[in-house]
Every structure is written in C-alpha cells, then in structure tokens.
Write a protein that binds this ligand. Sequence first.
Ligand SMILES: Cc1ncc(COP(=O)(O)O)c(C=O)c1O
Length: 390
Amino acid sequence: MDDGRSLTGEDLRWIEVDHARIAANVRAMKSLLGPASLWAVVKAQGYGHGAVEVARTALAAGAAGLAVASVEEGVELRQAGIEAPVLVLTPAQPAQARSIARHRLTAALSDMPAAEALAAAGRSLGEAVPVHVKVDTGMGRFGVLPEDAVAFVRRARQFSGLAVEGAFTHLAAADEEDLGPARVQLARFSNAVRDLEREGLKPPLVHCANSAAAVSLPESRFDLARVGIALYGLYPSDAVRRRAKAAGIVLQPAMTFRARVLAVRQVPAGWTVGYGHTFVASRPTVVATLAAGYAAGLARGLSHKGEVLLAGQRRPIIGRICMNHCMVDAGDLPVRPGDVATLLGADGGSAVTAEDWAGHLGTIPYEVVCLVGGRNPRRHLAEAAAGNAS
Ligand SMILES: Cc1ncc(COP(=O)(O)O)c(C=O)c1O
C-alpha cells in the first residue's frame, strides 16, 4: 500500500474462486451418482462464482450438461462458446421462444402456449427445440400436475418443431432431517414416470435430484442430477452434510472473500466505533478498518456478530458495518495497512465459512455466496488445470 501506486477496487477487495476445488466437488458428486449424469447448475452467476468459468471447469471435470435460471444466462454461456446442453430451469414464456431456439437452449415446459411458440420457432429455424416437461410434485411453483403429465406429454409430442427430451420435478425438502415429505414428492414423480412409460411416452432424460436429493435419496437420481450448491463446496443443510460424510463425500468450499486493511489505529478505552456508537471500547483497542462493507456483500446483519481472519486469526467485527468499510478489533496482532484480511474462507489454519455467516444472518449458505460473489471482482484460481486434476 505504501508503494505509491494507486489501488483499484480489484486490489482493495476481491473473491478468489478455486477451480481445482470445484472440479474435485464435481468428481465427488459424480462418484455418488453411478450411471446417472451430472448437470451443473450455474444460475445466478454460478452462485456468485462466475457462470462461464464454473461451467467450463464442471464440463472438463465430467459434467454432461448445464442448467441456468433464465434465457439470458443461457445465452451468456453460448456467447462464451460453450456447446454443452443448457437447460433453462424456469419454464419458457412464449415471447422467449425464438431466443431459446436460436441459441439452441433446452426449455423447461409447463404450458401449451409455450409449446406452440417453441414449436413454431423450431420449425422456422429448421431444428426441433428440445424441451423438458416440468412436473409439479409439491414444490408448488411451476409445472403440470402429476396426473396431467401423460396427457400433456402426448400433446407436446404432436408438435413438429418440438422434441420432448426430458421430464423433471424439483424436490422442496430433500435437505431436511425428515425425508418423509421428499419421499412423498418422489413417489408422485415416480408414479407419473411409470404412467408415461406404460403409455410409451417416457422421454429419454428423467430427472429429479438437486444436491440434497442426490446425496440423500438414491432413488431420486434417475438419468441425471441437477447439482448446484455442492459444486461450490457447500452443503444444503447439516443433515445433508452428515449424509454426505456417511457416503464418504467431503466437499470443499470454492469461494474466498478478501479485503485489504486500510487503516490500523489504537483508540482509548471509552472510545466509540461505528454508526450509532454501538461499540464502546472497554480498554485501549487496536482497530483495523477494512475495505469492505455491506455494499460489497458484507451483510450489515453481521455487525457485532461476524468474525474475519487477520494474520490467520479470527477477530471480531466491532461496531456497525458501514456501506464501504468495517472495523475489526485487531487485538495484539501485527497488522498493518495493506495487509489482506479474509472475510470468508480460509487463512492459515482458520476459516470463516458461509455456514458461519448464514447462522448469524438467519439465512442459508446459498444466499451468502450469491451476495458476496455478485458484488466483487473475481480472481479465478487454477481454472485451466482444474478439469484435469485428479
Ligand atoms: C429446478 C432446480 N434444480 C436444481 C437446483 C439446484 O439445487 P442445489 O443448488 O440445491 O443443488 C435448483 C436450485 O435452486 C433448482 O431450482
């Protein structure tokens, strides 16, 4: 910091994405799946890790396809030159049909107006649009009801310009301790699949499992699993962590969030720190001010609760987190301006995890990585080599 050059935002705070870890997580999950393939879920900028980069690593490590939430996310992958199948998980709207067809995306399908529009787009481009029929078994968000699946698939198959390639559902509770409700959904789906098979209508790709189900419910794996959070080295819940461990699966978090120390100052006993004077030093205190605040995803709810790593040691955040900065009690550590603090991830033998944040914030690790990863410049580590590492 004292070398005279001007620091940019990228130098002040960043996230590191470890692609060797993502590749290892892909391989670990694949080892569970047996003959079923793994489709990597890279929506929301790859859960904050970078969609294009994660997609490349996951494919190199053995993923057979990709899934995103929106057409725009699918187009981004195509524009980056990625040719693998890309399933857009949110059911298609008629107005998106041409874009889906033009970019050779796979559409989730749950209504006839979308089927008609996709079929027309497929015909005009001379190539059938692949669709996966979404069946609602209890998520209650999108899809045809299980008892309507046979009639729906039969009608959809009649459209030229449409190829019914898949049928899928989404489990809402495979991360719970009690797998009863997930089993109810799975049974509804299995019955619908059996009905399709009996009528000679079963599509080639039947799928149901997210990360939690892939770990928790072997019967949910069908032809492929749509694996998201596990790619990034996070468990959907403690119950899934335990089940994964029992199956010999250990995931490795891929995201680290770091920020520079901007100032180190000693304040006297009785001094106040941060907006609202909510922290009052009980003794002379060395305050390190870091270049990250809630605008960078360091959620304000971590004020007075969160810890960061300074020189590899856990130190408490004191006072309220500001928009662009936070203050940390540095204790007697030898910290200087320009040093790098770790807000999420490991340094030395210690780590602050997305689960730690989620616990303080009353949320889930998914939200933590989306929040941080979407707001900071990314440094991709070992991207090219990741797919080949064993
Ligand atoms: C339909 C669908 N499938 C799969 C996933 C991946 O879930 P997870 O990240 O829990 O593996 C999601 C994510 O929310 C989803 O919405």
